[in-house]
Design a protein around this ligand. Structure first.
Ligand code: BES
Ligand code: MN
Ligand code: MN
Length: 453
């Protein structure tokens, strides 16, 4: 639509400057010291929604970080789209690996570098600017609600409670989320699934205190060695997970589905070059896309213990720790897998140590069919703006609230992501291409135009 194009072209610079301002707020949900920044960020999001022209915008306090809610109801008899996004970000560490400050956004080669540029402030902000475009050009025909939370990166536990308590407020005909990736601007895709998550922390205790590694070494088991062995035993020689029952509930994809997945373009050499690795790794008999899309995994997210400071210290430590997470696929259950992981680690612990394992957070896997009117509206919007029909693919990441939205609100989620896998999410030098940012703002209004409920 020419009016949209004209409006967006005229306001391009401002859109970007507003996003940069949002990126300057260090809204790290995991750290208590950022509580004031979380509140400031929620306030800023609310303010921007008001400026975009919503009827009402409100901040809801939770037991954790606040939820921002807003709505523009143009005609109650028309369908309503609930837009979800998150204003919180992952911790920026390790800081020394950033080329510029994580909360001092810079634009280099047409890319915005900052924590949250892609995940998810940049993508969430596209929706606010799309809404502004629709309202300011008098072309909004459907109703739009916004639910922007501050705890996605820590598991969305309080948002889950908020959704359960506010079903009427959030009532909608579909949920629209831009918090994932597409293959590229040349090869647009839409995620039709996300993996679930089980996240635990393990503490392995050997002797009741740190010991001199010469005086006791050789006679007392070292908890770091024991933990390393336990972890190594979680995969077999085919990189298949070695926990009895782990795959029991996994839905095995049909040959037809696997064939479809194989048709999505993937350049293995580019993938390896981008990551600086010589060989790929993974479960035998599955392709790279299958390994991240339709197969569950176990990853070590952190491991520590003993002396890691400057110089050398000859110590046989009392304790070793690890953070371990499993990515889950339909029809696995986060609760069941967490329990299975904890029990398994207890079971394989040798008598030299005691193992304490605790849950961090989790989330269920999610699948969305392609025959819904919401998916079709997203596909048509992409086709209009990219000139190509998007390829349906499975995303490897997790958005825990998706399955809860479906369960509690009874509607499907559409994942219209505009990021790239190579955007360095959760890593140093996170970025978002300006071209993707603007393309998202251009495409989203078409979703609202095409969605018929
Ligand atoms: N936006 C991501 C999820 C994502 C990334 C989906 C790329 C598809 C493609 C989200 O912010 C995220 O990082 N989620 C966490 C889960 C959470 C419970 C910590 C994740 O996937 O690790
Ligand atoms: Mn995200
Ligand atoms: Mn994230």
């Amino acid at each position: 639509m020419q009016v949209w194009k004209d409006y967006q072209e005229k306001n391009k610079e401002r859109f970007l400057n507003e996003l940069l301002e949002l990126l300057r707020i260090p809204s790290v949900s995991a750290k208590a010291e950022h509580k004031p920044d979380m509140i400031a960020c929620a306030e800023a999001v609310k303010q921007r929604l008001i400026e975009a022209g919503v009827d009402k915008a409100e901040i809801f306090a939770t037991a954790g970080h606040p939820v921002v809610y807003a709505e523009k109801i143009v005609n109650p008899s028309k369908p309503t789209v609930l837009v979800y996004g998150h204003y919180d970000v992952q911790p920026a560490e390790p800081l020394e690996l950033w080329k510029s400050g994580p909360f001092e956004p810079v634009i280099i080669d047409g890319k915005i570098f900052a924590r949250g540029s892609c995940d998810d402030k940049g993508q969430m902000y596209m929706h606010i600017k799309a809404l502004e475009t629709l309202i300011q050009t008098n072309t909004l025909e459907n109703n739009i609600k916004f639910c922007i939370e501050g705890e996605e990166e820590v598991g969305s536990t309080n948002l889950a409670k908020f959704v359960i308590a506010n079903k009427e407020l959030l009532k909608a005909n579909c949920v629209l989320i831009s918090d994932s990736a597409m293959i590229s601007l040349d090869t647009p895709s839409l995620d039709i699934g996300l993996r679930g998550l089980s996240y635990i922390e393990v503490e392995v205790t050997g002797p009741n205190r740190d010991l001199h590694s010469g005086v006791y070494g050789g006679a007392v088991a070292n908890p770091i060695t024991i933990l390393a062995k336990m972890i190594a035993s979680l995969h077999d020689e085919n990189n298949h997970i070695n926990i009895p029952g782990f795959y029991d509930e996994v839905i095995i994809s049909s040959d037809a589905e696997r064939k479809l997945m194989a048709a999505a373009p993937f350049n293995e050499q580019d993938y390896k070059d981008d990551l600086g690795i010589k060989e790929l790794w993974g479960e035998r008999d599955y392709s790279t896309n299958e390994r991240t899309g339709i197969r569950p995994t176990i990853e070590l997210n952190g491991i520590w213990g003993g002396y890691t400071g400057e110089g050398a210290k000859t110590v046989l430590p009392s304790k070793a720790f690890a953070k371990i997470s499993a990515r889950l696929v339909p029809n696995q259950s986060s609760g069941k897998i967490t329990e299975m992981l904890i029990n398994h680690l207890q079971k394989i612990a040798p008598p030299y140590v005691t193992v304490k394992a605790t849950l961090h957070h989790g989330g269920e896997p999610y699948l969305t069919p392609i025959n819904t009117s919401a998916y079709q509206a997203a596909a048509k919007a992409i086709e209009t703006c990219f000139g190509k029909v998007p390829i349906p693919v499975r995303g490897g990441g997790s958005i825990p609230i998706c399955s809860l939205f479906e369960k509690e609100l009874g509607v499907k989620v559409v994942l219209m992501g505009f990021g790239l896998d190579s955007d360095n999410l959760h890593s140093p030098n996170e970025k978002f291409d300006l071209a993707n940012f603007y393309k998202g703002i251009e495409t989203i209004p078409y979703f609202h135009k095409y969605f018929e409920g």
